[in-house]
Write a protein that binds this ligand. Structure first.
Ligand code: 26W
Length: 810
């Protein structure tokens, strides 16, 4: 499309929707007009994609996820359509910039962290690779909370993303479906065979809101279908006339509350009844709408698994299994055996965590009350599964007990997911191995053929092409832009690691990105950072297993070293944190407060000056990550070995030329394999050492007694950290490292055991930084070897190993 045509379209929108000229339009109007024009363009391609799917009778992917952490859309879509130059020039003509208009858009934060962002990266990769895919989730009215720091403490504010997000949605009232809650299951033999239906249930209408998903230079446009609940009941006028206003609207309110808010828990299960209703709501609506299409197209559901594969993103969508069974049997008259055959050929399951506190186990009562038919079906799945297990493990009661789907008054969603799927995968080599050896070992013995690995990946268009234009240009100028479609081409950069002029340009770009971040930090917090210092970043959800506290302990050590010896030569560092804590996770919130206390102490100490700064970046989200990743030099990936399923932030840092300081955990291992020992700061215990230490009784206190630094640091944390006169003590944090608490051993994530080794490699990192050429060469090796962590590679592996989709014209 030419600039002129595009401009006419934008101006047409402004005129028709707002009745003004572009010169009169404020930024929000320009944003809206641009978004609508882009949406129209995607709509045309979307229709083409649908045609091709029909014509080819293509096999499609349905990706079920309770989270999609999309971030902004405008720049992404314009970039994918190859229209960046046109938009930039048109908006310049209106006296503004495209960047300013993009900044109007709020992030669509319909996710918490890794799992949600992965779903978003995969949507991009599928469209880019011409794989037909639909994502299914909930149209949350409020995304993940906005984080404000007040006096060092996190507070949460609502995030009403739809103010700007609406522009991307296409509401399809005519594709509404009904979802039923509660009621009674009625069995009816009147026609000679058993038919089951529900009576007296509460109905919630589900309305699809489709977001169109573009791919990079691709003809394929896919759909993200976000369900919005609407009550079919109008207000109860009798109650209203009696003056019982709230009661009169209760039914309506109960339905619409389903999509009010995204649960902010990450890696922590809480058996909230609204959450299970959210899960069932979007699952039932999605499966119904898929079956409706299949029936319309083929007149039968017998070949469902030839036309669709259902990938469930962790266990949150596990009710697809009984819901698909219910619809096939109760609404389409299929036998149990046929329905089970189709279900288990259609559903595939990805696990994203081995943290036990993240395992979903719903109280039986809750399911029985809210989804009575689903409850019955789960019980029958369980009965038959146990019968099967009895033949595989005769007499092995203990094992069978562990494997049952219903047990101890609970429904175990992971067990249901494995029993009802043809494929189970982890998200990194190590994690998939742990699933087989440990977490799901019993299931592996029962059905080894189900288990696979697909290592996670990220989309290079957003995380390099758009967020780091400087580096993208340098790479394109030297090896062409093929890497944006085939990321393995990044390896062509390897010869440049010996090219001094190239390395100097690489350094220069990193510096510019650091300046950009420094400006952002200054505006947000008033802190002035030294852009010649090493930018050392840890950005991820706040969780004890991710060990932000270990990072803090090292910062304190460096601080005391300077205080003890003010003349000492140090490599200046800026320690950057970005992290949200789940609102109910008090230890995590306490650690955020500690980071602020440390920042307060370090940043205001005249003895320290430019040598150290500690910055907590408020409200870490996709849009902030897009500024942070390109500016980072050292990437902190320091989880306790065996605990981080994969990590994907590690990949974003690597791609942008940061060097990892990390444990042998998750995808860090594969990053280390790619770049080698020389280009990675590896430290800490391995998974087997961690496990055996914990098994044989880990004695954290011994480190406190024997290690002078640990002793000093833990005491300081207990007694008071802060600028003089403003110290705050954190006895709970200190105690958690030393004493058993509430059934937990002291220091369950082994910070004290890994501390010395961490400090050792931190020193190596500092020494390395003194040789800029060496540092830059290491950074470039990281960028060059990062091809395998592209989402394109991941989705193609899913396709080859699990999905077997029909490929569309790219
Ligand atoms: C029910 C509460 C709850 C909420 C979210 C339990 C579990 C989760 C997610 C599965 C947690 C999560 O996001 N896991 C992360 O998934 C990423 C994508 O695979 C991995 O890279 C991260 O290592 C993993 O922590």
């Amino acid at each position: 499309m030419t600039k002129k045509e595009l401009q006419e379209k934008i101006e047409g929108k402004i005129k028709r929707h707002y009745g003004i000229t572009p010169q009169e339009a404020k930024a929000s109007v320009l944003y809206d007009a641009c978004a609508l024009v882009v949406r129209d363009m995607l709509m045309d391609k979307w229709a083409e994609t649908q045609n091709e799917i029909k014509k080819k009778q293509a096999k499609q992917l349905c990706y079920f996820s309770i989270e999609f952490l999309l971030g902004r859309s405008l720049r992404n879509n314009v970039y994918n359509l190859g229209l960046m130059d046109q938009f930039e020039s048109i908006l310049k003509g209106y006296g503004t910039t495209f960047e300013q208009i993009c900044n109007v858009e709020q992030d669509a934060a319909l996710g918490n962290g890794g799992l949600g962002r992965l779903a978003a990266c995969y949507m991009d990769a599928e469209a880019s690779q011409g794989l037909p895919a639909t994502g299914y989730s909930i149209l949350y009215e409020y995304g993940l909370f906005k984080q404000r720091i007040i006096e060092g403490q996190q507070t949460e504010l609502p995030d009403s993303w739809l103010d700007t997000g609406r522009s991307w949605l296409v509401t399809k009232e005519d594709e509404m479906v009904e979802v039923r809650f509660g009621g009674r299951v009625v069995e009816d033999w009147s026609e000679g065979k058993l038919r089951v239906h529900l009576e007296d249930c509460d109905v919630v209408n589900a309305i699809p809101n489709d977001m169109l998903i573009s791919g990079y230079k691709s003809e394929t446009v896919n759909t993200l279908r976000l369900w919005q609940p609407k009550s079919p009941y109008t207000m109860n006028m009798t109650l209203f006339n009696e003056g019982a206003y709230l009661k009169a609207m209760e039914r309506q309110a109960n339905a619409e509350v389903l999509s009010k808010v995204l649960y902010p828990e990450d890696n922590n299960y809480e058996g909230k009844s609204l959450r299970i209703k959210q899960q069932y709501f979007f699952i039932s609506a999605s499966v119904q709408s898929i079956l409706r299409k299949e029936l319309k197209r083929f007149g039968t559901l017998k070949h469902l698994n030839d036309h669709y594969v259902f990938q469930i993103n962790d266990t949150h969508p596990a009710m697809v299994i009984p819901e698909l069974m219910r619809l096939l049997m109760d609404e389409n008259g299929m036998s149990w055996e046929d329905a089970w055959d189709i279900t288990t050929k259609t559903v595939a399951f990805t696990n994203h965590t081995i943290m036990v506190e993240a395992l979903e186990r719903w109280p039986e009562d809750l399911i029985r009350k809210n989804m009575p038919r689903i409850y019955q079906i789960i019980c029958e799945i369980n009965r038959r599964f146990c019968e099967h297990l009895w033949t595989v493990f005769p007499g092995d009661w203990e094992r069978i007990n562990r494997m049952t789907i219903v047990g101890g008054g609970q429904i175990r969603m992971a067990n249901l997911s494995i029993a009802g799927s043809f494929s189970v995968n982890g998200v990194s080599e190590l994690h998939s191995q742990i699933l087989k050896d440990d977490t799901f070992h019993d299931f592996y013995l029962d059905a080894p053929e189900k288990f696979r690995n697909v290592t996670n990946g990220i989309t290079y268009r957003r995380w390099l092409g758009q967020s780091n234009p400087g580096l993208t240009k340098l790479i394109t100028d030297s090896i062409g832009d093929g890497f944006l479609k085939d990321p393995n081409e990044l390896e062509k950069l390897m010869p440049y690691t010996e090219d001094d002029a190239f390395l100097e340009k690489f350094r220069q770009i990193k510096h510019e990105n650091k300046v950009r971040l420094a400006k952002f930090i200054k505006e947000q917090s008033g802190i002035v950072v030294n852009t010649d210092s090493m930018f050392d970043a840890q950005a991820k959800r706040l969780h004890e297993y991710k060990r932000q506290l270990l990072n803090v302990m090292h910062i304190l050590r460096s601080y005391y070293e300077i205080k003890d010896n003010p003349q000492m030569d140090v490599v200046p560092r800026t320690y950057l944190f970005g992290a949200k804590a789940a609102p109910g996770y008090s230890r995590a919130k306490d650690i955020i407060r500690l980071i602020h206390a440390v920042a307060d102490m370090v940043n205001n100490d005249p003895d320290i000056g430019d040598k150290m700064k500690v910055v907590f970046i408020q409200d870490y989200k996709v849009t902030v990550a897009e500024i942070l990743m390109p500016a980072a030099e050292l990437s902190e990936q320091i989880s306790t070995a065996g605990r981080e399923a994969s990590g994907t932030g590690n990949m974003k840092f690597m791609l942008n030329g940061a060097i990892t300081i990390g444990t042998y955990d998750g995808a860090n291992i594969e990053i280390h394999d790619k770049v080698g020992d020389d280009n990675f700061f590896l430290f800490g215990m391995k998974t087997n050492q961690v496990n055996s230490l914990l098994r044989h009784g880990y004695n954290a206190m011994q480190y406190y007694t024997n290690n002078m630094w640990i002793n000093r640091i833990v005491n300081a944390i207990r007694n008071g950290i802060g600028r003089p006169g403003h110290e705050i003590g954190f006895p709970d944090i200190a105690n958690s490292l030393l004493f058993n608490n509430m059934g937990n051993v002291a220091d369950p994530y082994l910070l004290l055991a890994d501390f010395e080794d961490y400090c050792r490699v931190q020193n190596i990192a500092s020494d390395t930084y003194l040789d800029p050429k060496k540092w830059n060469r290491m950074g470039l090796v990281n960028t060059a070897m990062s091809g395998m962590f592209a989402a394109d590679r991941s989705v193609l592996e899913y396709d080859e190993r699990i999905w077997h989709l029909t490929h569309l014209t790219k």
